[in-house]
Each structure stands twice: as structure tokens, then as C-alpha cells.
Write a protein that binds this ligand. Structure first.
Ligand code: AMP
Ligand code: ZN
Length: 112
């Protein structure tokens, strides 16, 4: 499948790895929007949050466990934001489910 994040998870395209296990791959965003900006992805291809089902949702819980651990490891003690853009109007540009873990600055709410 011609999917950028499948290739990154498989090591076929280089990335700055932060964490990896059997189900999850985490790496630094190439265009960081905060001092810390990590992407967490399932290794198995899921196109977006709209494609999460009872059959594939376990990995999402696991991603949030990894995100909490990484936030501690990366020193995001003051807080952080986790975002998943889903679909065109939300600004999703890569059609492989990913969660942005961002911290190291203040964030406005509601997000623009
Ligand atoms: P989204 O726009 O929510 O779909 O997020 C996609 C993210 O992937 C953006 O923040 C991009 O900067 C990031 N990105 C695109 N290509 C790469 C890459 N090769 N390595 C790391 N991050 C990437
Ligand atoms: Zn993929």
C-alpha cells in the first residue's frame, strides 16, 4: 500500500523514532508546531479516526498509554495536547491514523 506512515512504521522511510513496540510507532513530526511534537501511529493501517471499530480500537487505548508515558519522559509536566485530525475539513493530510502529542508551550482553546 502506498501509505507514508505505513512506510515509516516499517522503517522504509527514515524518521526520528521516539518509541516503538509491536503495535505502535512514535516519531518526531517533521514540521513541529510546538517545542515537543511527536506523532503516535498504529503499525497496522487505519485510515483515520472515522475508521476506528470494536475490532481495531484496542491499539488506540495502547497509544494513549504510550502517550502518557512519553509525556512524562519528555518532561511535559505542565501539560500537553493530543490531537487527531480526521478528514479534509479538520486538516488531515496523511490518511493513516495518527495522534499529535504536543507540549512545551501554551495552547489556545478552542483550537482554530
Ligand atoms: P495531519 O496534517 O494531522 O494529517 O498530520 C500529518 C503530520 O505529519 C503533519 O504534522 C506533518 O508535518 C507530518 N509529517 C508529514 N510527513 C512526515 C514525515 N516524513 N516525517 C515526520 N512527520 C511527517
Ligand atoms: Zn498506512
Amino acid at each position: 500500500m502506498d501509505c507514508l506512515f505505513c512506510k515509516i512504521a516499517a522503517g522504509e522511510i527514515p524518521s526520528k523514532k521516539v518509541y516503538e513496540d509491536e503495535q505502535v510507532y512514535a516519531f518526531y513530526d517533521i514540521d513541529p508546531q510546538a517545542p515537543v511534537h511527536v506523532l503516535l501511529i498504529p503499525k497496522a493501517h487505519i485510515a483515520s479516526a472515522a475508521e476506528i471499530t470494536p475490532e481495531n480500537s484496542a491499539v488506540v487505548a495502547h497509544i494513549f498509554e504510550v502517550a502518557a508515558a512519553l509525556a512524562k519522559e519528555l518532561g511535559l509536566d505542565d501539560g500537553f495536547r493530543i490531537v487527531s485530525n480526521c478528514g479534509e475539513s479538520a486538516g488531515q493530510t496523511v490518511r493513516h491514523l495518527h495522534f499529535h502529542l504536543m507540549g512545551g508551550r501554551s495552547f489556545a482553546w478552542p483550537a482554530g
